[in-house]
Design a binder for this molecule. Structure first.
Ligand SMILES: NC(=O)c1ccc[n+]([C@@H]2O[C@H](COP(=O)([O-])OP(=O)(O)OC[C@H]3O[C@@H](n4cnc5c(N)ncnc54)[C@H](OP(=O)(O)O)[C@@H]3O)[C@@H](O)[C@H]2O)c1
Length: 304
């Protein structure tokens, strides 16, 4: 194995993890990444790009025995997880990674939280956040500084995965109060804040930090997307927040796959304000100038 890396990242080929790696490298922090092997296609390209950036790659899986992961972590002081998946990864896999980080003598662990305010929600509100809350309860006894980074919703998710915008019909559909403020941050800015926080000596003991590129209501979000794209969007109300909750419960009865309705659960947490940040930590890192929704919409090549 090459000289010790400063940081160990799991999820480096992912949407967010990849930007986190680049942001560490931009700050001259050396990175070793745990990657699942792939000899062809997009996966090979992603691994080649990481190597070209100067990342040391170690093949493995977050569910590998902790001894093996500890060897991979080596002397890295900080371990960052940006994995995505089910409870086997988010709860068991990350607990395994944290045990390995402890064994390796690391000082800090950043779990794959990156969400709305998981500390304010209840376990039944959102299945994916519920897994992160369960994982956080397991991390409680760790001697490492466990640092949870929260970013609200990705701006990219608001114009994609959430399925709010119908570009052909020219509509933006929403549930609940269109004037409820929501925390939105781009993937890139989330990566910049994550790296700033992960390297911040004042956060050595861990804790929770909250960032938002912009705080906007659904109504202001629509206006910003209109300005950024030059496209007109009519705001269309689908129902109240209570009706959304009923719709989620109805869908949950008809499928075993929580990913079929989790986007609606995120919307419920946002439009009720239950997952809204009470305070922001943006001022800790004034050098980061996050993109507004309008900036994002102007440069994101929408409709995607
Ligand atoms: N706030 C928001 O709006 C928002 C939106 C999206 C995501 N997120 C959060 O951001 C975080 C990262 O999500 P993402 O969208 O960037 O995920 P992603 O693109 O799906 O990437 C997931 C990463 O995890 C790796 N991985 C999966 N299973 C693994 C395993 N068993 N062992 C090791 N690595 C494994 C993948 O590697 P392979 O290349 O091998 O598959 C990939 O690098 C998650 O916490 C997610 O919930 C937040």
């Amino acid at each position: 194995m090459a000289a010790q890396a400063d940081v160990f990242v799991v999820g480096a080929t992912g949407l967010l993890g990849n930007r986190i790696v680049s942001a560490f490298l931009d700050r001259d922090v050396t990175v070793r990444a745990l990657v699942r092997p792939g000899a062809a296609g997009e996966k090979k390209r992603a691994l080649d790009a990481l190597r070209a950036e100067g990342v040391e790659l170690v093949e493995g899986d977050i569910t590998d025995p902790a001894d093996r992961l500890a060897t991979a972590i080596g002397g890295a002081r900080t371990v960052v997880s940006a994995v995505q998946g089910g409870p086997d990864l988010i709860i068991d896999g990350q607990a395994n990674l944290l045990a390995a980080a402890e064994q390796a003598g690391a000082a800090r662990f950043v779990p794959s939280d990156f969400a709305i305010d998981i500390t304010k929600l209840d376990d039944g509100d959102n299945v994916m956040i519920g897994w992160r809350r369960q994982a956080a309860a397991l991390f409680g006894g760790s001697r490492l500084g466990v640092l949870s980074v929260l970013n609200g919703a990705f701006a990219e998710v608001m114009t994609g995965f959430m399925d709010l915008i119908d570009w052909e019909k020219g509509t933006l559909s929403h549930w609940g109060d269109p004037d409820q403020p929501m925390d939105l941050t781009t993937v890139q800015d989330t990566a910049l804040y994550t790296v700033a926080a992960a390297l911040d000596p004042a956060l050595a003991d861990g804790g929770t930090v909250r960032f938002a590129g912009e705080v906007v209501s659904m109504r202001r979000f629509r206006e910003a997307v209109e300005r950024g794209t030059g496209r007109k969007l009519t705001l269309r109300t689908l129902g109240t927040a209570d009706e959304l909750r009923a719709e989620i419960e109805r869908r949950a009865m008809t499928t075993q796959n929580p990913f079929d309705y989790v986007a609606l659960q995120y919307q419920w947490c946002m439009v009720t304000g239950k997952g809204k940040f009470d305070t922001l930590d943006n001022d800790r890192y004034p050098e980061i100038k996050p993109a507004s929704v309008e900036d994002f919409a102007r440069t994101a090549n929408l409709p995607a």
